[in-house]
Design a protein around this ligand. Sequence first.
Ligand SMILES: NC(=O)c1ccc[n+]([C@@H]2O[C@H](COP(=O)([O-])OP(=O)(O)OC[C@H]3O[C@@H](n4cnc5c(N)ncnc54)[C@H](OP(=O)(O)O)[C@@H]3O)[C@@H](O)[C@H]2O)c1
Length: 292
Amino acid sequence: MEYENFPKIGFGTWTMGGDVVPNPNNDNKRDIEAIKYVISKGVSHIDTAANYADGKSEELVGRAIKDFDREKLFIATKVKPEDLAFDDVIKSCERSLKNLDTPWVDLLYVHKPNPEIEIKETAKAFNELLKRGVIKNVGLSNVKLKTILEYEKYLDKPVFAIQNQYNLVARESQEKGIVDFCRENKKIFVAWRPIHLMSPSIRKILGVGDEFPLLEEMAKKYNKTEAQIAVKWLTQQEGVGIIFKSTNKEHIDEILEAENFELSKEDWYRLDKDFPIKVYKSFNGSGFFELL
Ligand SMILES: NC(=O)c1ccc[n+]([C@@H]2O[C@H](COP(=O)([O-])OP(=O)(O)OC[C@H]3O[C@@H](n4cnc5c(N)ncnc54)[C@H](OP(=O)(O)O)[C@@H]3O)[C@@H](O)[C@H]2O)c1
């Protein structure tokens, strides 16, 4: 898949199989069904990571994709920050391929930079994996512009995708010009946590009540749900795609249907400018952090 035809909506798998450790009581069947369901609905981009349930999430993805044509899927996974030394990157990728039960991944990300390990060394390992053909593309996650440029000095292939938190609330990547940089340089910008702001817990942390009146107003105007408005605000931006997670078929349908309408230019800009809460740091559930 190229920049021009990259799918706007992809599927995330954080919490499938557990959190950072596997949950022995996880409902694996439910998670596998959800992944199969989105693929059957036409979603091809599936996102996971080595540290999601310590590989269990990758294993569930591997089981779910068995019945589908692998060539038509775009599977992305990530190497955790502790594993960015040369040998560790190679080992992490080998383990991911085993978990996913696939000969290659379409995209391998640096999950988060590790200032203790030289970028040059990590890039060398990614070059080796590209040469072996076991990864098709390189991605960087939770990065600022300087880090992207530094990686590109050493990588044999331009960075394909940047995966940072981005939504109506989380604006750091927009403010720091990373979204624009990606568009200008034909790199996919993958927005993680596109609908997280829907959840009561994040609204509580942000100090807002149950409603965002502007989102409610737009939802009424377009006869869509607030989640669909929030997703559309992202996917209507050239070069921006999302990955969302859900195990609820109604929620999945709802998000996928966000592709079937357009916000007017005026309303897109109104959401952009007037959205009442904007935060210029990422939020990972337990705290805010800056891009590295
Ligand atoms: N690179 C990184 O560091 C990083 C960090 C975080 C996440 N990610 C990736 O990004 C993906 C998405 O992020 P996320 O899973 O944290 O957050 P998200 O997709 O923004 O939100 C997921 C939550 O929203 C709920 N939800 C889904 N559809 C909904 C709808 N239509 N209406 C209301 N609620 C809805 C889901 O619950 P139900 O299951 O009940 O629908 C789930 O609790 C992850 O799965 C992961 O692959 C990457």
